[in-house]
Structure formats: C-alpha cells, structure tokens
Write a protein that binds this ligand. Structure first.
Ligand SMILES: *[C@@H]1O[C@H](CO)[C@@H](O)[C@H](O)[C@H]1NC(C)=O
Ligand SMILES: *[C@@H]1O[C@H](CO)[C@@H](O)[C@H](O)[C@H]1NC(C)=O
Length: 363
C-alpha cells in the first residue's frame, strides 16, 4: 500500500474505456470492465478466459453505405486518442482498469510535460524488494522522458518478496495470465488509449525486472519491439511449473541451467505458438562478479537470442566503448542483439539510460 494512493484519482480513466475497443485492444475476459465491442474492421476474439482481443478482419459488419460519414459528425470513432490528457504530467501516477490483470499488479505512469506526437513507451520493471516508486526515483527514465517526450510505465509487483513472477507456466505463455499479462495489458492499453506508437513499445528492467523483461520479450513479441535486460537470465530459465508465482529458481540463478541455443530458442518459440512476426531486438548487460544471478546466465542469454535471431554465436565485434567504464565489453552479434559484459561488476550493473535510449532509437 502506498501513502500517496489516497491522492490519486481514477475517475477520468474509467470513462475512457467506454465505447468501442481499438484494433488489438481488449474486448472481454474475466475482470474486464471495459468495452466488449470492437471498432469496425475488427472482431472480438477470445484468446483465453482472461483476455479477448479486437483482431483485424473477420466478421465486423461494414458501415452502412447509404450514410456516408459527415465531416461534422460527432462520433468519436476514428478520432485521435485523448486518454493521455487525463494523466497529470511530471508525476508518478497510478492507473487501474487497464485490461486483464489476473495478479492485480500495480501500474504507474509517468507522462512528461511535453509528450512527443505518437510517443514511444518504455515499461521499466523493478528488482526484487523494489517498487515502482523506487525504480522511478532510482533511475533516469522519467527525467529523460522530459527531454525526449516518451511515456514510462512502472509496474509494481504484488508478491510478498516483490519479485516478479518469471517462473509460472502462465507468465511464460502469451496471454497465459499472471504478472506478464498484467504488464502487457497496460502496454496494449497505452497503445489503444494514449496514442502510443505501437512500433516503439519497449521493455527495460533490472534483476527480477530484467528477468521480467526477458519474459515480455519472449511471450509478447507482438507488443514489445525491444528489450534491455540489466543483470537477468534467459527467457524460461526460472521456470518452475506448479510452484508459487514468484518462486526463486536456484538452479538458474547459480548458472547451473546450461542448455543449447536451440533448446533456449525453443522456449521462446513455445511461448507464443504460431507467431511468425518480428522479435524484439535485445540488449543484455551482466557483471562478471554477480553472485545473485551468476554470470553464466549472460552466456545462456547469448545462446538463446543469437539462435532466435539466427546469428552466429561468435560476435561480429567485441569492443570497449568510450562512454563505459574500463572493463566493460560490448559484443555485437547483429543489428538485433548486443551483449555487454562488465568485468568485476556485481549484482547489478549500473543503468546507462542515455545509451539505452540510443539502442531504442529514441535518442
Ligand atoms: C568480449 O571480450 C572480453 C575481453 O575483452 C571478454 O571478457 C568477454 O567475454 C567477451 N564477450 C563475449 C560475449 O564473448
Ligand atoms: C555496441 O556496438 C554496436 C556496434 O558498434 C553499437 O551499435 C552499439 O551502440 C554498442 N552498444 C553499446 C551498449 O554501446
């Protein structure tokens, strides 16, 4: 519970979800209180009991041809989303009713004073024992949003140790439920209601939030276009089916879960069967003195993502960067994947937000 929760207002948001859901927006599911009809040209498709989505095409009836749209029509359909205007600027603000959220994760938004048109969205996930508030104050994502005009979402873990669920079958499956679905719902909500650019929705995170970033990249490649993993593990490494949601996988954390690239990649492919679209570009960072998530996890991540992208396991280049401290090396495997190893650095590697923004194409 947050001390500042009492000053937050959710009234404005509730009205925004009235009407029809946009393409790819939510249109039904357990706990869903928003619209259950879809805009023209899309159909409400049930993906699971928690989530129905407006998908393009199929059975939506064509608009009646006898009544062409008038320029003075007051119908809101097709107008630019205005939902962001109800969010107070330059402050951390809680949102609710953003879609399917089976674990009731908290969700906070930071909107800068000047929002770019069709702004990018960064989802910034905190470490174990952290909070949305702590990651907001402990990183420069919000401060830099004032310069670059993107929007930040800070999810807040509901679990007692406040780690993220990166281990359950549900969280590791596209639209499967748990924490990852709550976060993906908020990103979809931002696209549908805030005019966020769907081609510039990104995930970043540290430690448990880094593991969540891998989960989002693996299970929601349709939502997230890039992921930056600061001191995390490969997608699926923490899997512990049947255990409580935020269980700790010590085989993975100690770097003893060693698989082939093909085995790691298969975990990603299994997270969203039938998906053939683009995969988010990935940047992973790790310290060689990490005794929480052992550095072997860095090399398992490399096997996973190079295989997913079809890259050679030998980097194209592996160099020091002038802006990084001595002992950091930047191994590039292709345009979609870089792996930065920090010699002598423990858990976790400090954030390099400005450089992240370059990788994301924002700065
Ligand atoms: C890049 O080179 C450094 C040494 O300069 C080495 O420690 C590191 O393991 C290399 N990175 C990768 C991913 O192979
Ligand atoms: C790593 O090197 C590539 C290729 O030179 C570059 O594009 C990228 O910005 C570098 N990444 C970092 C984190 O410095």
């Amino acid at each position: 519970m947050f001390a500042y929760a009492s000053v937050l207002s959710f009234v404005a948001l509730a009205s925004l979800v009235a009407g029809q859901s946009a393409e790819w927006g939510q249109c039904g599911g357990i706990g869903w209180t928003g619209p259950t009809t879809c805009v023209a040209g899309t159909t409400c498709v049930e993906l699971n009991s928690y989530y129905s989505q407006c998908q393009p095409g199929a059975a939506a009836p064509p608009p009646p041809s006898s009544t062409p749209a008038s320029p003075t029509s007051s119908t809101p359909t097709g107008s630019a989303p205005t939902g962001l205007s109800s969010i107070p600027a330059s402050t951390l603000h809680q949102i609710t009713n953003f879609g399917s959220n089976p674990n009731n994760i908290g969700m906070f938004v930071y909107k800068p004073a000047k929002v770019a048109s069709k702004p990018p969205l960064i989802v910034a996930s905190h470490y174990c024992s952290g909070t949305a508030q702590a990651y907001f104050t402990g990183s420069k994502f919000a401060q830099l949003a004032e310069t670059y005009g993107y929007v930040v979402l800070y999810p807040n873990s509901p679990h007692s140790g406040t780690c993220w669920d990166v281990s359950s079958d549900e969280t590791l499956m596209h639209n499967g439920g748990s924490d990852s679905l709550g976060i993906a719902s908020a990103a979809r909500f931002a696209i549908s209601n805030w005019g966020v650019d769907p081609d510039r929705v990104f995930a970043v995170g540290t430690s448990s939030g880094a593991m969540m970033t891998s989960v989002l990249a693996g299970a929601y490649p349709d939502v997230f276009k890039a992921g930056i993993v600061d001191s995390g593990v490969a997608f699926g490494c923490f899997a512990l089916p049947g255990q409580p949601d935020d269980s700790w996988n010590s085989q993975c954390s100690t770097g003893e879960l060693i698989l082939t690239g093909q085995q790691w990649a298969q975990k990603v492919f299994n997270a969203y069967p039938g998906y053939t679209g683009a995969r988010p570009k990935m940047q992973v960072w790790h310290g060689t003195a990490d005794t929480t998530l052992y550095p072997q996890n860095f090399f398992e991540e490399i096997k996973q993502w190079t295989t997913v992208f079809g890259y050679s396991s030998t980097p194209i280049s592996n160099v020091s960067e002038s802006y990084l401290p001595r002992g950091y090396s930047n191994a590039t495997y292709g345009p979609q994947f870089q792996a930065i190893l920090a010699q002598g650095v423990g858990h976790t590697v400090p954030l390099f937000e400005q450089q992240y923004l370059e990788f994301l194409g924002i700065a």
